[in-house]
Each structure stands twice: as C-alpha cells, then as structure tokens.
Design a protein around this ligand. Sequence first.
Ligand code: URP
Ligand code: ZN
Ligand code: ZN
Length: 465
Amino acid sequence: MKLDTIIQHGQLVSSNDIIEADLGISGEKIVAIGQDLAATQANGVKIVDARGRYLIPGGVDVHVHLDLPFCGTVSSDDFDSGTRAAACGGVTTVIDFAIPYGEQTLQQAVDNWHAKARDKACVDYSFHLAITNWSRQAPEIKKMVEQGIPTFKQFMIYESEGWQSDDAAMFSALETLKELGGMLMVHAESSRVLDLLIARHHTPEEMSKHGAYLHTITRPCFVEAEAIERAIRWTRETQGRLYVVHMSTGEGADLVRQAQGDGVHVLAETCPQYLVLDDSLFAGKDGHLYATCPQIKKRHDQERLWAGLKSGEVCVVSTDTCTFTREQKAMWEGDFTKIPMGMPGIETLLPVVYTHGVLEGRLTVNQFVAKCCTNPAKVMGLFPRKGALAVGSDADLAVIHPTDKREVDCRKMQTNCDWSPYQGWSLAGFAEHAFCRGRQVVENHNFVGKNGHGQFIARANVGFL
Ligand code: URP
Ligand code: ZN
Ligand code: ZN
C-alpha cells in the first residue's frame, strides 16, 4: 500500500508494551507497523525520524471547558487556542462539556457547542452533556446517546450558575443511563456544608486576614469525600455506572477503591494540578490564580492519587482545563467567592504527568500511556479508534523525547493565558511532532495544524476498561 508518512525507528509505547518499529500512515489511518517500511515505498513518502524518541498514541483529554461562560466571564481558551494548545502538548482528542443555559434543551446545548467547535478545532473533539434540570431534560437523553453523546455530567454544586443537581436527579440519571448504555459523571462536592463554611468565612475581617487561602479553608477534604460517598451509594443501589471527575483527595481514592472491590461500577479521574500542586499556593501573592473547584489539596493527597494511578483505582488523568487570564482572575477583588474558577492545563498535561510520573519513578512509561491516552479512550468509548498505535486506528500520535526538557513559558505557548501554574518548570514530554487523523499538527515543536481539521467524534460503549 502507498504510504503518505512513515515515522521511523521510534519506540512505540502502548499501555503494556514497547517495541522499536516504523509506523506507516495512509490518509487518516495507521496502516502499517513493521521494520524498514521505507523499502516498500517509491519516492514521495514523508519520513519523520523518531530515533531515540517515544512514539505514543495521541493524548485524549476527556475533561476540558473551552469557550465556557462561567463565573461571570468566559473561559479564555476557545476551540482555536485550546486545540492548538492540545496539539503542542501531544493531545489529539479533547472532550468538552456542552452545558444548557437557562431554559435551553440538551439539543440546543449540543448545537451551541458544535457551533463553537466546528470551524475552529485543530484536533478531534467530542462532547459530554451537562444535565442541569433532570425533569425537563430527561426525555432528551436517549436522543443524545443516539447522536454519539453517551456521557452526562451532573454537578453537586454551582447552584448560582443554575447547574446543580440533587440526589433524586443523580439517582434517576444513574437508573436511566444504565438502561441506555450511558455513564454518569459527577462533580462531587457537598454543597450545603460548603455553603455553610463559605458563609461563616465570608466576612471582611476573614477576607482581609486570609485572602485566597479562604478557598482552601472552606473546602476541607471531607467536602469532596462525603459527596463521592453519596454518589457511590446511589451507584451501588441502582447498579448504574459512575465516573468521578477531577478527583482531588486521597480519601476519594480510598472510597473508589473500596467500592470497586465491592463490585460497584465506579471509575475516577484526577488532574495534574492535584498531583503536583498543593494548597500552600493559596497563601502566596498570586494565590487566587490557582482557585479551581474542587481546589488543590495537600501533599498527602498528591501521593495517594499517584498511588491510585499506579494501582488502578484512578484510571485517567484529564485536565479540567478552564482557562482564565490574570485580568479575569482579578475580578475577585479580594473576595474569594468571586474568583473565576479554573486554570489552563491542556498544553502541559502530558509533560507534567510524564516528568513527575515517569521520570520521577511514580509510573512506568506504559502506565503514563494508559492514563493519558488509552484508558481515557476506552472509558469514553473512543477506543480503538483513538488511544492506540494499531493498524486501523486513527493516525493520532505524538513523538516525545524521553529526557529532553523545555521550560514552561506561557508567553511562548498556544494557550490563551498570561500565566501558567507551571511557569518556569522544566518539563520533558512536549510533542516534538504530532499527528491528528493523519495530518501533521506539530513539527519540531511548532504548531502546523489547521482550524477545521478537527472533527466531532461520536461515541458509544462507555465505562469499560
Ligand atoms: O473550577 C473548575 N473546575 N471549573 C470548571 C467547571 C468544573 O467544575 O469542572
Ligand atoms: Zn466540575
Ligand atoms: Zn470541569
């Protein structure tokens, strides 16, 4: 077969193997893996030399919020800058959350998100749907699953955004999604206790004394743990399928592990910020920049989450990218309840996990590929089209150097943000080259992709590893 591109002599890393081979691309697909593929080709094939490099499946970031109206502003990365950033970070598929506003239907929310993404996306994308009003939106769920959106998020907080779900809505969603082959994703924080703690500390005296550190004082670990415990309980009783998003606590990992041992169908993701940052940051000069929900926790939570990735109860690392610039973050004006919640992350996902996971001995390179590429594709119904270096899979891949590091500098990155949680950090694992569906999107660390190349990917068969 005529090949368009051959990636030569790379170390092909899967979730359970490493082999040295050439990989051949024709059109949008991987069509050959073997030795000396160039010998089978006439002139005209593009050769990428990956000698001494790892070749990994393109990263799959299943938790991003691009162009999201939230906290009185709009997240600053849209499907243009966000997917350029993804490409340079070696991520070739993202899943965003379509969220209905006001009285919108689920269909209107999806149509809205298609319009945001269609002409801008440089890498492939899919959507989850947020259920913000169970009784009104439940009749539409089947139709959404048929449109390739089988994963639905409910928020246990965010009453003021109009997004919050109660226990009855969660219980009902688990029942319904079980029947339809879907999966419920939950943002697990215990809203009433959280509201109480926020109200207790929302005084001028406390705010001038503690500043952004009140974000952490008002969100002790049990706020997340109690909510996870409750969501697991409804999953146990309904025998539904649950995915805990952006899990930030060690206690959460303990609860998920125990439930999995009991046969409850619960999966969990964590994010780089919970693995490598800790809440002492909130006491610093720029502490408010790091505010996100749930907030960054303690060092012992980091270590427990790494251990959960290693032993399996935490199966995915995603980013929860929800970028706000310094100017947007400045909207807080000293009031911790007014900070736009979220941070950039998509461009640094693979480098942070690779550097602090693999190079620091917490994960093997195979586990890194499992958590950032293969498991997210499997759990979200994209595998083996995505998340695999295999003949027949989409030619989505990244070439990374095993040890060469680059300094994170937000001024040189694609992410539309004037700060980075990792500014000045030295990280390996940025994409030297990346391909999305056969098209090169990164060459020698430079973005060479194209708006509109990214396609919507319909999904099915979710919740399985
Ligand atoms: O603070 C965050 N994480 N913002 C995005 C919305 C969410 O809860 O995922
Ligand atoms: Zn959330
Ligand atoms: Zn999120």
